[in-house]
Design a protein around this ligand. Structure first.
Ligand code: KG4
Ligand code: ZN
Length: 342
């Protein structure tokens, strides 16, 4: 059911290798969530090939938008505004979504709203947790980003820490490649870890000098590569499940320690996770247990809203819309857009 007062956001996301469109009602109700994934294509190359991603987005974007409108049973005329991811991400990929959104906005006269991709990931938590409202602490862990933030209000963030080198998901992908699991590595390491021992190999838990909340994963990645090389040189057969489980535990230990210290220091009793790595079953289970012990309310999106999708952009777009944020037709793709910047 929709009424004239409903705010319907048509959202578009094309920052990496998913072409996605969605219709979101009043910020919290997802009427459609269409995702066309290019993962199979990029698997052939062991990672995302930017030029191929852009071309595939162009092929798919109109079809995905049409499907999103159809599934939501709304016409373009009934849409209130168009939200689109304009950064960060791959510039050529972002441009496809931004251009489509601008064209629809120009043709229909509906407002255009540029949305930050990470703001989208964080906002995915509002979809299934109807009672969740800022302020809360949030850990964003994706293929390109690792951020620990305080969500002070809708669209208002204080960044406590971020990664100095590799993102958490990137580390998962690189280690997966090193042990021959292929791309994307996160879900494969997650699965294989269940057959291994997290205590089998002592990998380092990196601390960043002078910062309690920053992360660094490149040393851990090198430690795994060194371990694999030394096994090879000594002719020792590698137990891949043990490597996966021990690596995963090293990442999770650091993510959990930093996050819960931040929750305590900032006196907030609500904590959320977001981004592709937030689907990790062991990460979720550890937060579930630790938060229960410490009386912290723990929130996470379902896996479908953790991975790149447009529904999360529709939610963030809604809160920007009601705050009065509008973008002009000069909206451009910004590959290294920082959280909190416009
Ligand atoms: O948020 P996302 O879909 O894209 C970016 O914005 O980067 O995140 C993708 C990342 C990839 O690195 C992928 O390996 C990782 O999320 N990932 C996982 C899991 N599922 C996806 N990492 C660990 N465990 C998982 N179950
Ligand atoms: Zn993402």
């Amino acid at each position: 059911m929709k009424t004239k007062e409903d705010i319907l956001i048509l959202a578009i996301e094309s920052s990496c290798d998913e072409t996605a469109a969605s219709v979101v009602k009043n910020g919290r109700e997802v009427l459609s969530n269409i995702i066309s994934s290019q993962i199979e294509l990029h698997t052939l190359y062991g990672g995302v090939v930017p030029e191929i991603a852009s071309r595939k987005h162009i092929e798919k974007i109109n079809q995905v938008i049409e499907e999103a409108l159809q599934e939501a049973n709304v016409t373009l005329n009934e849409i209130t505004a168009i939200a689109v991811t304009y950064g960060p991400g791959l510039v050529g990929a972002l441009l496809v979504g931004v251009s489509a959104a601008k064209a629809i906005s120009f043709a229909t006269g509906k407002p255009l709203i540029g949305v930050h991709h990470i703001e989208g990931h964080i906002s995915a938590n509002f979809i299934e947790n109807k009672e969740l409202e800022p302020p809360f602490t949030c850990l964003v862990v994706s293929g390109g980003h690792t951020h620990l933030v305080v969500v002070k209000d809708y669209g208002v963030y204080e960044i406590l820490g971020y990664t100095r080198d590799d993102a958490a998901g990137e580390a998962f992908d690189k280690v997966a490649r090193a042990i021959g699991l292929g791309y994307p590595g996160g879900p494969k390491i997650d699965r294989l870890s269940r057959e291994g021992s997290p205590a089998a190999i002592q990998f380092p838990r990196a601390k960043v000098d002078g910062s309690d909340y920053d992360f660094s994963f490149s040393g851990l990645k090198s430690a795994v590569l060194n371990y694999l090389n030394s096994c090879e040189m000594k002719g020792i057969e590698v137990n891949k499940a043990d490597v996966a489980a021990s690596f995963q535990k090293a990442v999770i230990d650091v993510l959990v320690e930093h996050s819960l210290n931040a929750v305590k220091e900032y006196g907030l009793d609500k904590f959320a996770i977001a981004g592709g790595v937030a689907s990790n079953s062991s990460l979720r289970a550890t937060f579930e247990t630790e938060c229960r012990k410490q009386n912290i309310e723990f929130y996470h999106p379902s896996p479908i809203f953790c991975t790149d999708n447009a529904a999360m952009i529709g939610v963030a777009g809604y809160y920007e819309y009601i705050k009065g944020t509008r973008s002009g037709y000069d909206l451009n793709a910004i590959p290294n857009l920082r959280l909190g910047e416009r």
